[in-house]
Write a protein that binds this ligand. Sequence first.
Ligand SMILES: [Fe+2]
Length: 366
Amino acid sequence: MKIELKDNKVFFENQGLKKEIHPFWLRERVNGDIHLDKKTQQRLFDPTELKKDVKIENLNLSKNFLEITFNDGSYTKLEIQNIFKEFANVNDVKYINKVEWDSSLKNLNNFEFKDNFFEEEEMYKALIYFYKYGFVIFKNVPTQNNFIVKFANSIGSIRRTNFGEFFDVKSKPNPNDLAYTSLSLAPHTDNPYRNPVPCIQMLHCIKNEVSGGLSTLVDGYTVTQKLKKKFPDYYKILSEIKVRFQFVDNSVILEDWSEMIQLDTNGDFKQVRFSPRLDFVPLIDKEKLEIFYSARKKLSELYNSKEYRIEFKLSPGDLLMMDNYRLLHGRTSYDTNEGYRFLQGCYIDYDSTEGKLKHLKRKFNL
Ligand SMILES: [Fe+2]
């Protein structure tokens, strides 16, 4: 990447492509004390109030800095490196490459919890793993006094739902969700009926005295890539048809419409939703539904196949943090006569982890 000047214009060259940078873009980045609050990095002026025909009067380019004087009298000295960073979006977590994994995954991404953990470089590494694999397990997290709340709020802010700030996962009488029984739970994503769906789920094991009740994880990203390659028609229809996800109890009815495989504006993987107890397929053409039902069945087969599932036992103190847009989770059944199985769960949103990751990156100059 390179910056070049010609006739009071600034050009940005990247991989042989040279383009002029709009003078207004540069004017918005004026960073002197009267223009920018250094502590918050927030502007002290409103760029929408500037005259539109901002022009460059004077330019000077040195090795590390670009100095500009504009026709409205403002002057700035910009670090070239910062312009490059904005162009490359290097801080964006979407540029952390996802690692596809299946049942052969051996490394369970374990990180040991310790005091001041949230401000350590180790936390940065854990979050990078989280974005690569969609999950991470923290070991020896204190189990007293609903510590999960403190843990979650030390990364970001808890996303409260109608299940509360956090929820206890153990079998109980008259459950309003199958999670609160000792039955096995097939791979699913949580709360597909919410808008927005909670991004990240944390599950903290407080007690586990039973031999069953193994936690299961499936990488929805790996399965989606597989489906796209082997069954393109199924991939297409599952990423086109929106289904209604619904949750009903005595005090609330929650509904949201979405594709089971949701793609972003570039057609890349964004999110999967899968919970066969909660989805309602729209009444569309019979021919289309014929393909849709075959596609959903195939998707379910893949999600439930042993080929893609990892199984492990959470021990007291283990805290599993997983991406609810990417992974499916479940558990094997257990026998309540063997003893207690008690987990606590909560949700946080992506901005929390993303913000923490960027903060630690800046702090340790990574
Ligand atoms: Fe769940």
